[in-house]
Design a protein around this ligand. Structure first.
Ligand SMILES: *[C@@H]1O[C@H](CO)[C@@H](O)[C@H](O)[C@H]1NC(C)=O
Ligand SMILES: [Zn+2]
Ligand SMILES: [Zn+2]
Length: 326
């Protein structure tokens, strides 16, 4: 019964999922890696083939602050949770899966949306004329990655060590990490703690959703005795069901649920990886920006670490420029 067509469709489906999730994840760390370069190239190619109005539209998506990705994020959240609520929740409660596990995703997504909201709306730590001189005192210049007496050509202010000018937000950001299109804001000294919690809670939400759906599908397979069922194949032989048969059967019976599960698995893979990476950087007191720079300067010191606890304290209790003032 698992026909070739089905396998091809399934492979195509997995391929699309990988594509969607890779785009989703790479965009969130857009300015942090080589991808910036790749995107720049893609833009050059696009400028040759795309009509002007579409270029303007895409340009405003990436180069000015706008809510397109915030909306997309909320739409994806809504779709996944609508599917979960309308299909999985009923069945799961009927199959007597532990209700605490079934309701856990709602608690986690509430936490996540709260962190998301704060990331979108807080000031990441803009350097302004008023707090320029105070910001400069927070970190020492290492004269390798960050040089003394360096003026930002756009803001005309002195650049504090560890800061960077964000072209999208239009100002220099203290302890700049990266500009995240998904929260439509920069990630810097004042909001990286919320961003770390946001990533963690989003990953945990995806894990808990995937766990419930997996338990649910396993229950269905066990209760229906699918693994021991025999079926008659196209040539009239009787066969014991194999894994491909079970997958095909589940896919045909619950297409949306299996699709959602596939999406969640890939999200966990990529987002979980990214979350670990950013937590690792935080524990070692590096910003994404510095990590990226350090890879291109061999022997660059990783100079700002103050021990794991000190580093976490710095992130969760940032020196605000006002604190120094007092
Ligand atoms: C500098 O002051 C502005 C308000 O003038 C504030 O929004 C910003 O967060 C301050 N920067 C830092 C790094 O505290
Ligand atoms: Zn600047
Ligand atoms: Zn920015």
């Amino acid at each position: 019964m698992p026909s070739m067509e089905f396998l091809w469709l399934f492979i195509l489906y997995v391929f699309f999922l990988v594509l969607i999730v890779s785009i989703f994840c790479f965009l969130s760390g857009r300015s942090s890696s080589r991808l910036h370069h790749v995107l720049h190239r893609a833009e050059q190619v696009a400028s040759l083939v795309l009509p002007a109005w579409l270029q303007r539209c895409l340009g405003s998506c990436f180069h000015t602050r706008n809510r397109a990705f915030v909306m997309l994020h909320l739409i994806l959240d809504t779709l996944v949770f609508a599917e979960y609520t309308w299909e999985v929740l009923d069945y799961s409660l009927e199959l007597e899966i532990n209700w605490m596990l079934v309701f856990l995703p709602y608690i986690l997504i509430t936490l996540n949306l709260y962190c998301f909201y704060i990331c979108c709306t807080t000031d990441p730590g803009r350097v302004t004329r008023q707090n320029e001189s105070l910001c400069i005192q927070v970190y020492e210049y290492d004269d390798i990655m960050f040089h003394h007496n360096n003026k930002c050509p756009t803001c005309h202010l002195m650049k504090p060590a560890r800061s960077k000018h964000c072209g999208v937000c239009g100002s220099c950001i203290q302890r700049f990490d990266h500009h995240c299109v998904w929260v439509n804001n920069c990630i810097g000294a004042q909001n990286i703690r919320y961003f770390l919690l946001y990533l963690l809670s989003l990953t945990l939400t995806a894990v808990s959703l995937a766990a419930v759906i997996t338990v649910f599908l396993l229950q269905v397979v066990l209760l229906s005795h699918m693994m021991t069922a025999a079926y008659v194949d196209s040539e009239g032989h009787e066969d014991i069901a194999n894994l491909a048969y079970v997958i095909q059967h589940l896919f045909l019976t619950f297409p949306r649920i299996v699709f959602t599960l596939g999406f969640l698995f890939l999200l966990i893979l990529f987002l979980g990886g990214y979350t670990c990476f950013l937590w690792y950087l935080s524990i070692t007191n590096q910003t994404t920006n510095e990590w990226y720079k350090a890879r291109r300067i061999p022997g660059a010191p990783k100079g700002y670490s103050r021990g794991i606890l000190g580093n976490l304290k710095e992130i969760f209790q940032p020196y605000s420029c006002y604190k120094k003032e007092r």
